[in-house]
Design a protein around this ligand. Structure first.
Ligand SMILES: [Mg+2]
Length: 149
């Protein structure tokens, strides 16, 4: 199963405020100064990885794929794919939905945006700011996914 996460206000505090966790690799973080990730991210994503799921990021920002990958590396996490706004535009175009998980083979996308959830064709899990990320991921990503449409 390909599981993707939004960044701003889902894993990285931007407009919202939520606790973040310390990078797993402090020496690398000292070097790269990554953006802080929401508390529980490392455990939740590592559990998904251990279950054999792919880990992707799907962001409507113009962060480079490399910088996103390096941020997650500081937390000991390897990403299988990164979709930023450029990559989204190249495939979906400007006239399409804000995010289109199906266009990238993403089975499940965790995102804080109601608009993304409404347009996501049942593939989006809405993440509230106060949500416990680990419990949410555990509850939604473990069962067998619904068949693709
Ligand atoms: Mg967001």
């Amino acid at each position: 199963m390909r599981v993707a996460f939004d960044l701003d206000d889902t894993l990285i505090p931007c407009g919202l405020d939520f606790p973040t966790e310390a990078p797993a690799l402090p020496w690398l973080a000292w070097l790269l100064r990554p953006e802080p990730l929401r508390v529980g991210t490392t455990a939740a994503l590592a559990a998904l990885r251990a279950d054999g799921h792919e880990l992707w990021v799907y962001t409507s920002s113009f962060r480079s794929a490399l910088s996103v990958r390096l941020t997650f590396l500081c937390y000991g996490l390897w990403l299988d794919g990164v979709i930023n706004q450029q990559r989204h535009d190249a495939r979906v175009g400007r006239g399409g939905p804000v995010k289109d998980p199906a266009a990238f083979g993403v089975d499940l996308l965790f995102d804080d945006s109601v608009a993304v959830a409404e347009a996501g064709g049942g593939r989006v899990v809405l993440v509230a700011p106060e949500a416990g990320l680990a419990a949410l991921v555990e509850g939604r990503a473990r069962p067998t996914p619904a068949p693709r449409r």
